[in-house]
Write a protein that binds this ligand. Sequence first.
Ligand SMILES: O=P(O)(O)OC[C@H]1O[C@@H](O)[C@H](O)[C@@H](O)[C@@H]1O
Length: 306
Amino acid sequence: MNGRLMKDLEELGGEIRPASFKKCDEIIIDQPGFSATIALWGGHLKSFVPAGQEDLLFQSSQPGGEGRFSRQHFGIPVCWPWFGAHEVHDDYPAHGLARYFRWEFIEAGHFKNGDVKIVIRLASEDHPLIEEMWPQAFELRQVFRFSRKGFRINFSAANLSDQPMAVSEALHTYFNVSDNQTAQVHGLDQVAYVDKFDNGDRKLQNGIVTPCDTMDRVYLSAPETCEIQDLGLQRRLVIHTEGSNSTILWNPGAEIAKQRTDMMDEDFRRFVCVEAGNALSDAYEIPPGGIHQLKLKVKHKPLLTE
Ligand SMILES: O=P(O)(O)OC[C@H]1O[C@@H](O)[C@H](O)[C@@H](O)[C@@H]1O
């Protein structure tokens, strides 16, 4: 990293710290209104803590394994360029490759209104293993925008090849909730979804989603806005997306959580994944030379109950 970038980061109250996760650096921004951590491994926004509040994002204490494709569960993994299992190679990891490589930190600064800006990048040419797994050239960027009200991610994917690029994807947000049994997801009423825990049956959402337990659902042609209401933390997390047609809700529930070696048995009680993406029939193609942007905005607000 060059000296100029380091200086720009310091001016934001930021620093780079070596982290134990994959022995890869993290960018930490510590400001009066919030603190944020970006793990360069996988380009994860790992944590966003507004002043005086709990993290908006879940952190598992299970450290995951040592191999490249092992996972620790926290923050917002980037699932790209395939969502779910790879269609041809069953030895490739589920949910693409972007979360398994080191991203490059390329910019730190401010937006005009004073919000903090951090930019990271991953290009196929950076890692021979990426080129082996995905022969079409690409460049990914994530522009993070932080303020005391919340965060935004502008994820963009450029197809640098001369062929159309078939993509399915998600910003796989692990939201931190006080209890998945009482957490509620609002905003999906009357939206059709594919129930992956029920043989991929198509169903229609009726009302709010609660409890957020043992569910693996892809809501297709989903609205741009939904929200989590957390009675225990007395807060609302308002989620707004652009360039995302699918909203994926996932929580493994007790039985699957117990079977998984990369999760603590009780982890599932403290998160709800509400993912912005394009999956199943919402998958699409980026034309040669084209760019697709997937935007996620999350604001925290108090839950006003009587
Ligand atoms: O790869 P992770 O972070 O463990 O998440 C796995 C889950 O991610 C969800 O997005 C999928 O819909 C589930 O089918 C899958 O099991």
